[in-house]
Design a protein around this ligand. Structure first.
Ligand SMILES: N[C@@H](CCC(=O)N[C@@H](CS)C(=O)NCC(=O)O)C(=O)O
Length: 285
């Protein structure tokens, strides 16, 4: 009986401690506003923190490129801060600072930019609904399929771009750093991709990615951009996803898939590029 009381008391105290520590951890994480990087910010200027440029395209990250595209398309005053080290409150890039606040995650940044800079909505609510659905497909399922071929199947090419083009490491260190990279993040990326899309075989990843590309070609039809003659934020997502795998300096299967079966998407990339990034690409092949 005495033993039983002791057990209950220990259990109760343990539970209270765990609950208290958990509460403190979660609350302090949520309450603290992230520390600002730009102290002397100018009103209504967007400070975009993103990865450094790569040789062949404006960025290796589709999410960074989406936001830079939006800033250009809507003529929003901005400054780009290239960084390999800094991360937003979500542990990732891109993030922005606007009027003394940090906003992390391209989905949230998209919402804030639309509201703050009065980016026009599409003419119908139905189109707005489609736009959101396409945007989420692109930045979830399509992104996962692309990552499979761009990163997991070409880990050395991908890390070579990061180490050589983005962080300018000396050549003799690259093989060593690639091994470290593989050990540190290889498994995590594999798990993230399989959680995002599914635990598929290469053949299945290929087939499912092509389903997304087919859908995009059907949605595009003979329009210049997804919803007509004007570029929308969803176009910025599509452009970001496609060029950050198509315009990298190493061969990957998504390039071959696009070249073989998806000329409308390649023409689309060209149109977007001419209009928004006329001087920012070097064709790899
Ligand atoms: N949901 C995030 C995804 C951003 C993301 O995945 N960023 C990656 C690069 S593409 C990143 O910063 N990874 C962390 C790292 O490389 O250290 C968004 O939409 O912004």
């Amino acid at each position: 009986m005495v033993e039983c009381c002791c057990c209950s008391a220990t259990l109760a105290i343990g539970t209270v401690i765990v609950a208290f520590v958990g509460y403190k951890f979660i609350c302090s994480k949520r309450k603290d506003a992230p520390k600002l990087n730009v102290e002397n910010w100018k009103k209504d200027v967007v400070y975009l923190f993103q990865f450094p440029r790569i040789t062949t395209a404006p960025n290796l990250s589709p999410f960074c490129l989406k936001i830079e595209s939006m800033l250009r398309v809507y003529n929003i005053k901005h400054e780009i801060i290239e960084t390999m080290r800094k991360r937003g409150s979500n542990g990732q890039l891109p993030f922005i600072e606007l009027n003394g606040k940090q906003i992390a995650d391209s989905q949230l940044i998209d919402v804030v930019l639309r509201e703050h800079f009065n980016i026009p909505s599409l003419p119908s609510k139905r189109d707005e609904g489609f736009a959101r659905a396409i945007d989420r497909m692109l930045n979830g399922n399509t992104f996962g399929g692309i990552i499979y071929f761009k990163v997991l199947k070409r880990f050395d090419g991908f890390t070579d771009v990061i180490l050589r083009e983005m962080s300018r490491q000396p050549s003799f260190l690259i093989p060593f750093l690639q091994t470290v990279f593989r050990l540190l993040v290889g498994k995590r990326l594999d798990l993230r991709t399989r959680t995002l899309v599914g635990d598929f075989s290469t053949e299945e990843f290929r087939m499912l990615l092509k389903k997304d590309f087919d859908a995009l070609v059907d949605i595009l039809g003979d329009r210049k951009f997804l919803f007509g003659n004007e570029i929308t934020p969803t176009d910025c997502s599509l452009f970001g996803q496609l060029v950050t795998v198509y315009n990298v300096s190493y061969d990957n299967e998504v390039q071959s898939i696009l070249r073989k079966d998806y000329k409308p998407l390649l023409d689309y990339i060209d149109r977007f590029r001419q209009q928004v990034f006329p001087n920012d690409f070097i064709d790899y092949k």
